[in-house]
Design a protein around this ligand. Structure first.
Ligand code: KIV
Length: 287
């Protein structure tokens, strides 16, 4: 297995689909143009996840997220990315009713954001919808295992596949979504034996979150990775930075400078000498 260095080649759903057992897929979330611009040279896939409802908007689940929110954040992320494959999540209630409803809303997301494809949660029950979208030109990233939009049915954010029946369910979901044409599948919150079995059984890449190194790639919420989300750190998150602390320290230093009038200094002020004026005409020009 090669550990290819990032290159400038544009990432597409078709290219990522070919990464099965190749270089692991590096995926992160991005909800803004600024974050997408920062991550674009590094990540293969940028997901505008509906996790933004919890991370950005402070909801306690992803359920209140609207199509309009996803389109606004999706379009911003697409403006910030030139190389990574940008995928936008479909929010709860915008695709579960019927394949036709899913196509109408997915087409709107694609047209209004310029993203490369969409992600929907669900296994066997969503297979017909995945097929319907793919056959009509919409690349689909699947999402099985722990599905946060079904939190009220599964009884909380709990790992899936811990007993044989659940493990069989994850496997059946993976097979159905892969067969329906998804270019890759996110597996959330399951253990290594299940993730390994699924990854070995299906022909498209698996992208894990809390699903062990057995997957073909990994995804994390960027704010979790850099310490910008709330205090709770799920077990599967590795923190690579503590930006909340860095932001608080910078803001405290600014507050101190404002209170002591150390900021703004002369170098931050416009002076008369910096105001551009048209040069005065010389004596000869006046004549
Ligand atoms: O909404 C999201 O960000 C996601 C990922 C964490 C997989 O679905």
């Amino acid at each position: 297995m090669s550990v290819a260095a990032p290159d400038s080649k544009k990432r597409t759903p078709a290219e990522l689909a070919r990464r099965k057992s190749g270089a692991p897929i590096v995926a992160l979330t991005a909800y803004s143009a600024a974050m997408a611009r920062t991550l674009d040279p590094i990540a293969d896939l940028l997901l505008v996840g509906d996790s933004l409802g919890m991370v950005v908007y402070g909801f306690d689940s992803t359920l209140p997220v609207t199509l309009e929110m996803m389109i606004a954040h999706g379009a911003a992320a697409v403006r910030g990315a030139t190389r990574a494959c940008v995928i936008v999540d479909m929010p709860f209630g915008t695709y579960q009713e019927s394949p036709a409803q899913a196509f109408k809303n997915a087409a709107r997301i694609m047209a209004e954001t310029g993203c490369a494809g969409i992600k929907i949660e669900g296994g066997e029950a969503m297979a017909d919808t995945v097929r319907f979208l793919v056959e009509r030109g919409i690349p689909v990233l699947g999402h099985i295992g722990l599905q946060p939009q079904s939190v009220n049915v599964i009884g909380g954010f709990r790992a899936q596949g811990r007993n044989e029946a659940e493990a069989d369910r994850v496997m059946a979901d993976a097979r159905a979504i892969a067969k329906a044409g998804a270019f890759a599948i996110v597996i959330e919150g399951t253990n290594e034996p299940v993730a390994r079995r699924v990854t070995e059984a299906i022909p498209v890449p698996t992208i894990g979150i809390g699903a062990s190194p057995a997957c073909d790639g990994q995804i994390l919420v960027t704010e979790d990775l850099v310490g910008l989300s709330d205090g709770h750190k799920p077990r599967f998150v590795k923190r690579y930075a503590e930006l909340n602390q860095a932001v608080a320290a910078a803001a405290a230093a600014y507050a101190e400078d404002v209170r002591t009038r150390a900021f703004p200094g002369p170098e931050h002020c416009y002076g008369p000498s910096t105001i551009e004026r048209s040069p005065k005409p010389t004596a000869s020009q006046r004549r």
